[in-house]
Design a protein around this ligand. Structure first.
Ligand code: NAD
Length: 253
């Protein structure tokens, strides 16, 4: 029970990777706060976690809105307490007919939506959670980047690459700002992970990635969750400002 008496908040908590992270944190004793967009599935997930003996609270929010992030953070803090662990997991990667749009094709609205969800939300949530962590003089912030934020990756669009690279900048900057409070800030950079997000691209693209991945397969949400638990744990107390690839050796930099 590495996270007994700790509260962990996860955004994008109903998705492939988010669900695995929530389950893994709860299994190790954390009280889990879930934020996502689907109130009905969220309520069912909260009930299932509680029925399994976990402390859990779901809050619905479109994380591209600061006000909605604040309302969700306040709902979860009132039920469970402030966040000791914040996993900024939410992310979208829009495609058009399975293809990443190029600069001259991309509607500015799509660019703005991706920046809001993938990048602005991470600022909003960390801004909300940091004061509690600073008061306790401990905390963990884990940002879900991607190998596409570190290397050119032709299967995502520029908005996705830019926001995932932006998260790496935020990770280093906040690691420096928050270090004196014993708060660590790290990023995960998954490669190709088998989740619903992958269904937005044709199977041949996943097959092509597999061929150039050292371990010759896609990753699983559980493997990302395992790395997340390490960064959230006491075992990673001296690790901060880092990006941990969970990519099976795809796009090694
Ligand atoms: N799956 C991969 O191969 C892969 C690779 C690298 C990085 N990632 C990153 O991992 C994270 C999780 O990805 P996933 O594969 O589990 O995706 P997913 O699509 O399964 O889950 C994303 C979740 O975020 C929620 N969400 C989307 N927009 C939202 C919004 N505006 N407000 C609140 N919630 C919103 C969705 O409802 C969904 O539950 C993302 O940041 C993604 O970029 C995934």
């Amino acid at each position: 029970m590495r996270f007994a008496n700790q509260v962990a908040i996860v955004t994008g908590a109903l998705g492939g990777i988010g669900s695995a992270i929530v389950q893994a944190l709860a299994a190790e004793g954390a009280s889990v706060g879930l934020i996502d967009l689907d109130a009905r599935s969220g309520a069912e997930r909260e009930a299932a976690l509680q029925a399994a003996g976990h402390r859990a609270k779901y809050a619905n929010a479109n994380v591209s809105s600061f006000d909605e992030c604040k309302a969700a953070y306040d709902t979860i803090s009132a039920a469970l307490g402030g966040a000791d662990i914040l996993v900024n997991n939410v992310g979208i990667s829009p495609k058009t007919q399975g293809k990443a749009l190029r600069v001259w094709e991309m509607p500015p609205k799509e660019w703005e939506t991706v920046v809001s969800v993938n990048l602005n939300s991470v600022f909003y949530m960390t801004h909300l959670a940091a004061p509690h962590m600073m008061d306790k003089r401990q905390g963990r912030v884990i940002n879900m980047s991607s190998v596409a934020g570190k290397a050119y990756c032709d299967i995502v669009a520029a908005h996705y690459a830019a926001t995932k690279a932006g998260l790496i900048g935020l990770t280093r900057h906040w690691a420096a700002e928050l270090g004196e409070y014993d708060i660590t800030v790290n990023a995960l950079a998954p490669g190709r992970i088998s989740t619903p997000l992958l269904k937005t691209v044709p199977q041949e693209i996943n097959d092509a990635v597999t061929r150039v991945t050292a371990l010759g397969r896609l990753g699983t949400p559980q493997e990302v969750a395992d790395a997340c638990l390490f960064l959230a744990s006491a075992q990673a107390a001296f690790v901060t400002g880092q990006v941990l690839d969970v990519a099976g050796g795809w796009l090694m930099t």
